[in-house]
Design a protein around this ligand. Sequence first.
Ligand code: ZN
Length: 479
Amino acid sequence: MEANTSNESILALDVDGIVIGVYEDFSTIRDVIDLKPYLQIGKFKGKQGGKRLLFNVTGVKTPMVAAVGLGSKDKADEESVRIAAATGVKLLRDNGAKRVGIASLGSAKATAEGVFLGLYRFDELKTLDADKRPTIEELIFTGTEEEAREWLIGKTIAECQNFARRMGELPSNIATPTYFVEQTKKAFDGLDNVKIHDYDEKWAEKQKMGAFLSVAKGSDEPAKFLVIEYKGGNDGEKPLAIVGKGITFDTGGISLKPSQGMGAMRGDCSGAAATIATLLGIAKLGLKINAVGVAPLTENMPGGHATKPSDVVYASNGKSIEIDNTDAEGRLILSDALVYTEKTYDPHTIIDIATLTGAMMIALGSHYIGTFTPSDDLWKELEEAGNTTGEKFWRMPLDKKYKKQIESQLADIKNTGGRPAGSITAAMFLKEFIGRDRWAHLDIAGVAWAEAEEGYKPKGNVGAPVRALIHLASKYSSS
Ligand SMILES: [Zn+2]
């Protein structure tokens, strides 16, 4: 799809259809047109997510107008804009429009995010034309120079999030750790101030990453430890560090998962995908910060060398871990990654992202990201980023009372803490491998997948929380 910008009035665009945002009082953005006579009858009330396709509207050059609801005028926020923009372009696309025009629905950035996230589809593995749905060939954004600039920022952020969605959605026979590395190199190709390291298992052995390697052992697929360094800030300025869980397929290992629904475990690398995508966004937007992204990548398989329950391994900080359950592998690979990141980069802030626990899904469902941090300041920054970008965080406890559940008879610590508070004991485990206060663990197990297409979210991997983290990073940027 071609995406262009223009400064013509949206009403004068020579396209197949345009998107017009409508509030609950039927007024439109900047009162560009009075649609009230067309909207008074019927169910459309301008509510968030609402839509109505209009034909042959007087004073409009294009044959179709997609009226989309922005909700009440005083409450309309970026999220209403994203949903409305996605709803509008999809409505026109599904009605055969090949050329579509849109203007800012209140925020040009959020409009672009809604459009490009909404039009995303994962159909690259389908070979039959019959399976392909209609597409838009040209999209024209019309607005001021300032709005066009904001639009491009939103487009970039959405494309990065779509990169995360794709990497999380791809099946594991394609998206192996090696493929992750290749795709990352391809995505960053030509970008300034970026250095990519793809370390192998031999390197990890030298780093004494016994926890990471205990997971990789059960698989024949070579593991990778991917590091992306971005230097947009000053020399010696501490970086922001993002660490993502990259289990490209999780069978559970010897503690094998039930077969029903196991295919969804191709998405157990969503944390790594979001990490890479966030760094990609930071680099593409040229943020004036230093940042590092770290992704331990491996399968979790029950091969002949697989780790067995009650095996004891040593993480790279020397701590001994009893592997109580081999399906609690995410915290194992993250423990070595956190130790490495902290020791190598001394970041001012370190955030890990992981589809870590089923318990998180039980606790918060699919609307909030379970957030564990000892830092009140970092919590406030995340909360603001979540509210702005529509990827919302909810703070969970990190109380040392939970530590008791992960005490081990054999080793310093064990990798599971029983059924009660399963997401909290997982966070308590990670805390053992972190020395600083400005650390946050984001458990995205509940939000990584959408059961059905809705608004700007596709069915399947949603690429969370790339928007929120790029927003957070932009707050640290000096301009
Ligand atoms: Zn697992």
